[in-house]
Design a protein around this ligand. Sequence first.
Ligand code: ADP
Ligand code: MG
Length: 630
Amino acid sequence: MATKQFKAESKRLLDLMINSIYTNKEIFLRELISNASDAIDKSYYRSLVDENVTFNKEDFYIRITADKEKRTLTITDTGIGMTKDELENNLGTIAKSGSLAFKNENEAKEGVDIIGQFGVGFYSAFMVSEDVVVKSRSINSDEAYKWESKGVEGYEIEECEKNEVGTEITLKIKANTEDENYDKYLEEYTLKELIKKYSDFIKYPIKMMVKKSRVKAGMEDKEDKDKEYEDYFEDETLNSMVPIWRKNKNELKQEDYDQFYMDKHFGWEKPLKTIHSSVEGAVSYTTLLFVPAKAPFDFYTKEFKKGLELYSNGVLIMEKCEDLLPDYFAFVQGLVDSADLSLNISRELLQHDRQLKFIAKKIKEKIKNELLSMLKKDRENYEKFYESFGRQLKYGVYSDFGSNKDVLQDLLLFYSSTEKKLVSLDEYVTRMKEDQKFIYYAAGENIDKIDKLPQTELVKDKGYEILYFTDDVDEFAIKMLMKYKEKEFKSVSSKDLGFEADEKESKKETEENKELFDFMKDTLKDKVKEVRASNRLKTHPVCLSNDGELSIEMEKVLKMMSDSQNVKADKILEINTNHEMFAAIKKAFEEDKDKLKMYSNLLYNQALLIEGLPVEDPVQFANDVCQLIK
Ligand code: ADP
Ligand code: MG
């Protein structure tokens, strides 16, 4: 019997499989089962169009048999089968392998996991086998044929005995090597696990004789310790066949979803929100998505990997498909199933990609709309959600140069000075006073500290609402947003607050005391950009404000991140000229310049402390205070 050669391309792919250092060898089982399922699909289709063919549900199944002694694993199906020509053409050739081309192009790039991503088909059997035998009888033929190959050398085809229509694939499992355990593919436990993991939702039963244990006959009534047991085998269907997401929503209760969520280990507590939807159209797909109640412990670290499970018609193609979720929705768990995505390597890769992109875009919109409706209709849960994942949304606004702000801005919440709770930007803007030009915010460590900031006094006095920013990322995100509904954001610490009358007043005061303020500025050197009379202070003596884009809070964050010394906000020391200490300052200016120098330093340090910034020279500061007490 002459050995036939594989076509050149197939040979290369086969070579890739055999010598694969690919760690995920276990997927071969998924591939063979999905082929078996496809073959049964074809029989089913045949029964629809050909009245001579009947389709009895019970007759269609896939069977797995492992023989440890012979080291064989057999996958049998009762599908459409293959003729001699089909064996030759389907298994001897890989028509045009899109992913092979992709793999070659990307050979240089490390970690391109093409095998795991697009399915590898029949040849994946060679990752775990030293010999593959396919016996098949086609629905169109009375003869059966055997195809056999040990790898790249080629394959042989000859007639064989097989009574039933269908295909039987027998793998001679490789011997264990130093770094690879192949024995496990003969273990009942592993096989069950793999089928649960990858093929649970195959439409036809996947059967296996499973070893069980029972009390020997006649010993049922004995005491437990005296009972004797025996092993026996029982046929078991290993897959659950109908995936929850394929069921009708009306048949399902929230508990069913919750159970599925837990089974999948998507999270430890019940999900906050479940989104189950099917879309028919240019690309048809079903999604089952969950918003977890709490962030996983590693969520805000580099360790966390986002992604959704990706199924092609019930067959798992990828456990974490990153491309389906934007980073800002990284917290979403769940899956996508689409019959329009091909499992196979040989189909057009580009198209595949485009469909995936399309689905990803739709998913993004869906999540956004669901979150918005939760914000409107289920505020309590939304706030819970926001507590866990609000930061991620704000990072989302900030990253990618603000390109996602339209998606995200309506989902943001901040604590409000007047409402004493979280409010949305929309709520803020709707409430704005007639004469109010800006959306005011104040940044600081926590709500209590911000509430006491001197800089908030004037804005509060005018009766305007202030948003409190307590997350590092808040101000950065807002700088990216710039405006919301045409209203600009303004920090209560920014140089110009937009109150013209007050500004005029303080300008006048600054002019009148020009020499004094200049003297203070000279004393403080480049620690501050300017010393001036304040218009924002009511009861407090001093505060810092800032000029330019970089605020004092942002300076703190940046310093923490990079400990680079050169990021500095332009600080302005503002003095409350209505405060009684100002009289003392004036007096010192006229009578004792050294004293004014000390006062200047003290006031500056005091302003730093209020901001939560460290005093630059604590020893000097302490000495100055003692000097004052004397
Ligand atoms: P794909 O399944 O994407 O077509 P594969 O490499 O997995 O690619 O399989 C190649 C072809 O071999 C299939 O398209 C099918 O025609 C044939 N085939 C494989 N396994 C079976 C089977 N169990 N029964 C019938 N035909 C099969
Ligand atoms: Mg296949």
